[in-house]
Design a protein around this ligand. Structure first.
Ligand SMILES: NC(=O)c1ccc[n+]([C@@H]2O[C@H](COP(=O)([O-])OP(=O)(O)OC[C@H]3O[C@@H](n4cnc5c(N)ncnc54)[C@H](O)[C@@H]3O)[C@@H](O)[C@H]2O)c1
Length: 254
């Protein structure tokens, strides 16, 4: 098992790619603590992991609230005695809006959850990782840090900020054995994109557009993201830090 005896936190793990990653970590031998605002999804995940013989704990956590994130890290250490890795994954989309029509409220909401939430996850995980002699941080950025089609300014800004934050932490803590990397998913089939499609004037055309900008011609899956996160979270990537791992079916290559 690739994560035997490791202790991992996954934020936003009650749904989408966070859920798939948390289940993969548990299958690979990790004790996992999930933080999410979705309590029903969290309870279902805990039950599913137990049925599979894995171990996932849950704490209601709004990543935009620093005290919630501090409590999540404290729970992992209290329940399992250490922290080896955190996947800062929780995030929300920005409904397609012209850049000059984005309200301060909308901008702040996206930045608070995506960027500030990732900062809080890093900030509070770092002391716990140091107490354990080091570890790995994986932040969920997006191809939107590099490539966009417009209408998503606050989302792209949050994901670009996550890339910068990832590099700063990688440099700052490398000598203390903390690695920090990001993933840059392309279009992945999760609740986020199901909501994006539901809001579109022509959902079929939007899905076709996603396929056409992705050379592999389909959306990625949460399980495919989980495998990449597992690589960066575990010792398999022991000489990798400060990168964004693009998992996008070839989109950036175009
Ligand atoms: N789906 C994509 O195509 C795609 C592409 C690139 C990056 N991402 C990123 O991947 C991450 C996961 O997205 P997903 O596609 O799995 O979406 P999703 O909506 O399926 O899952 C997101 C999870 O985060 C939780 N969440 C939302 N706000 C939260 C908060 N304030 N505190 C804690 N949890 C919160 C939700 O309850 C949900 O369980 C996000 O950061 C997203 O920006 C998604």
């Amino acid at each position: 098992m690739r994560m035997q005896d490791m202790v991992a936190i996954v934020t936003g793990g009650a749904g989408g790619m966070g859920r798939a990653t948390a289940l993969l970590f548990a299958r690979e031998g990790a004790k996992v603590v999930v933080g999410d605002v979705d309590m029903d999804g969290g309870a279902a995940l805990v039950a599913e992991a137990a049925a599979l013989g894995g171990e996932i704990g849950f704490l209601r956590t709004d990543v935009s609230h620093e005290a919630d994130v501090a409590a999540l890290v404290a729970k992992a250490e209290a329940d399992y005695g250490k922290l080896d890795t955190i996947f800062n994954n929780a995030g929300i989309e920005q409904p397609v809006t012209a850049s000059d029509a984005i309200t301060e409220d909308l901008f702040e909401r996206v930045i608070d959850i995506n960027l500030k939430g990732t900062f809080f996850g890093c900030k509070h995980a770092i002391p716990a990782l140091l107490r354990n002699g080091g570890g790995a941080i994986v932040n969920n950025s997006s191809v939107s840090a590099f490539a966009n089609v417009g209408g998503n300014l606050s989302y792209a800004a949050s994901k670009g900020g996550i890339m910068s934050m990832t590099r700063v932490i990688a440099i700052e803590y490398a000598s203390r054995n903390i690695r920090c990397n990001a993933i840059n998913p392309g279009v992945i089939d999760t609740g986020m994109n199901q909501r994006n499609m539901a809001l579109a004037d022509d959902p079929a055309a939007l899905e076709q557009k996603w396929r056409s900008i992705t050379p592999l011609g389909r959306m990625g899956t949460g399980d495919e993201i989980g495998e990449a996160v597992l690589f960066l979270a575990s010792k398999q990537s022991s000489f990798v830090t400060g990168i964004g791992l693009v998992i996008d079916g070839g989109r950036i290559a175009t």
